[in-house]
Structure formats: structure tokens, C-alpha cells
Design a protein around this ligand. Structure first.
Ligand code: ZN
Length: 274
């Protein structure tokens, strides 16, 4: 009788152990399946890092911006350039530079092989590699792109402005309007991008530039080196400056490409970013 009870107890114990083992195996199996599904999902997402086409605005909350998968550094000829480096400083008639503004210590001399002017020849040191890469690339394409007028000191800008005022007076523009007219052509001292070392005129600073292969090349490639054509006819009401086919401003590679694609001028682009 006692033996019979012990035997039954052992049978119950074995069954319970068997059930417990089954439960553990089942749980492990479920965990394994979940892991495999997650792994496959991760593999698929990793396969196409650029494919964000399936991401709808409902999927992306402002707290979780889509990661920027563009590389930080890009190769341009012999140069490795930081494509994320950005310069959005606005300098115009409404946003003059402070009177004590000085960038002298940040300037470097542009090698003569990149320029065709010996009077002004310095540029912001951070911008120089982009200028070098761009001029070299144009030269390799058989286009004789050269830097004409990069950085200008306040006093050089003052001289250029006064020369333009004198030209307006000589053309018969009344004395009380000459400065205003001149300012649409040459920026008043303190309001020129040239004083920042971030902008440059190329080859020749007149409308003839627009008819050259250098202009055509710049239209196609300048953004890939971080430069935008800063002053266009249609944006004159915003920039306050006439159409200047020769004046390019460094803003950074990805930023220049964005601005070019947007069709905005720098003032509009910066306002939109805020
Ligand atoms: Zn200029």
C-alpha cells in the first residue's frame, strides 16, 4: 500500500518535472523566435540606410529626427573636405559688421597659381582648402577659373565704395543719390561679405563673366565645393545687391547643395532655418 503511494507520488513528480521542462523549452523557443524576427528586421533596415521613402511623417516625431547618413568627409581631387562644415553668417546693409570686427588673424595667403590678382589675395583659412579643390577641379576640366577678389580689409572696401560713388557722380547721378546707387553695386564699408574672408569674386568682377566657361562651370559645380552664387537678379529685393555672376560665398558643401536645391537666397535660407 505504502509502496503503491510512493510509486504514484513519483509518477506525479515526474509528470510535473516533464511539464516544467516543456514550459522552459517553450519559453526559450518563443524568445528565440522573437530574437530572430528582430534580427531579420534589423538586417533589412541596415541593408538600405538611405531608403527613407517608406518613413511617413506619422512615423517620425520631432523628438526622433531621421539620422543624417551623409558622410562627414568627402573627397574632391586630392582634398578631403568636411562637407558638414557650415558658415551661415549674414552680412548685408541691414546686418553690418561691428566697427571693431577683425578677421586678420584667421587669414591665409592664396597661392598665386589659384588667383589672377596681386592686390587682394587672402582668404579665411577654413575656406582655403575648398577654394583650392574647386580651382584645381575647374582647371582639370579645362576651365581657367581663378580667384580675383577674396578678402578685403575695411579700408580697401572704403576705397572701392568711394570710387563707385565718384563713378555715379561722373555719370550725372545727383549727389544726394550717388551713395545709395553706389551701394547696390559696391557694398558700403562694414556691409561687404569680402570683409569676412568667406566670399570671393572670380576671374573678373563684371557682367562679362556670365558669358565665360568659368561661370558655366561654377553654376554646375560651385555648390559641391561649398559655394553659392550669392546675388541673383530675382533676389535683389531681399539682398539689396545687383545680379553678380562673379561673386560666390562659402557656406559649406551640404549647405550650398541645400541652398542651390531650394532656390532660396542666403537671407531666406537662414530665416527658414530659425
Ligand atoms: Zn564680390
Amino acid at each position: 500500500m505504502k509502496k503503491e503511494r510512493t510509486r504514484r507520488q513519483r509518477a506525479i513528480l515526474r509528470r510535473n518535472l516533464f511539464l516544467a521542462a516543456c514550459t522552459v523549452v517553450l519559453v526559450l523557443l518563443i524568445l528565440l523566435i522573437v530574437e530572430v524576427i528582430r534580427w531579420i528586421g534589423g538586417e533589412k533596415a541596415g541593408e538600405k540606410p538611405q531608403d527613407t521613402g517608406s518613413v511617413t511623417s506619422a512615423d517620425v516625431t520631432p523628438e526622433q529626427p531621421v539620422a543624417d547618413t551623409r558622410p562627414q568627409f568627402v573627397t574632391r581631387g586630392n582634398h578631403t573636405l568636411d562637407a558638414t562644415y557650415t558658415e551661415l553668417m549674414i552680412v548685408n546693409a541691414k546686418n553690418p559688421l561691428p566697427d571693431d570686427y577683425s578677421i586678420e588673424s584667421e587669414l591665409v595667403e592664396i597661392d598665386p597659381k589659384y588667383r589672377n590678382n596681386n592686390n587682394v589675395y587672402r582668404i579665411h583659412k577654413n575656406v582655403y582648402p575648398y577654394i583650392q579643390a574647386m580651382v584645381e577641379a575647374a582647371q582639370n576640366d579645362g576651365v581657367d577659373l581663378k580667384v580675383w577678389s577674396p578678402y578685403r580689409s575695411r579700408s580697401v572696401q572704403q576705397t572701392l565704395f568711394q570710387n563707385q560713388v565718384n563713378r555715379q557722380l561722373a555719370n550725372g547721378v545727383p549727389a544726394d543719390q550717388a551713395e545709395e546707387k553706389a551701394a547696390t553695386i559696391v557694398a558700403r564699408p562694414g556691409t561687404s561679405e569680402h570683409e569676412t574672408g568667406l566670399a570671393a569674386d572670380f576671374n573678373r568682377a563684371d557682367d562679362a563673366f556670365e558669358k565665360t566657361p568659368m561661370y558655366a562651370w561654377m553654376q554646375e559645380h560651385a555648390a559641391d565645393y561649398g559655394f553659392i552664387m550669392r546675388y541673383t537678379r530675382e533676389k535683389q529685393p531681399i539682398t539689396g545687391v545687383i545680379h553678380e555672376s562673379w561673386h560666390y560665398r562659402f557656406v559649406g558643401i551640404y549647405t550650398a547643395q541645400e541652398i542651390k536645391a531650394s532656390g532660396l537666397c542666403l537671407e531666406e535660407f537662414v530665416a527658414q532655418k530659425k
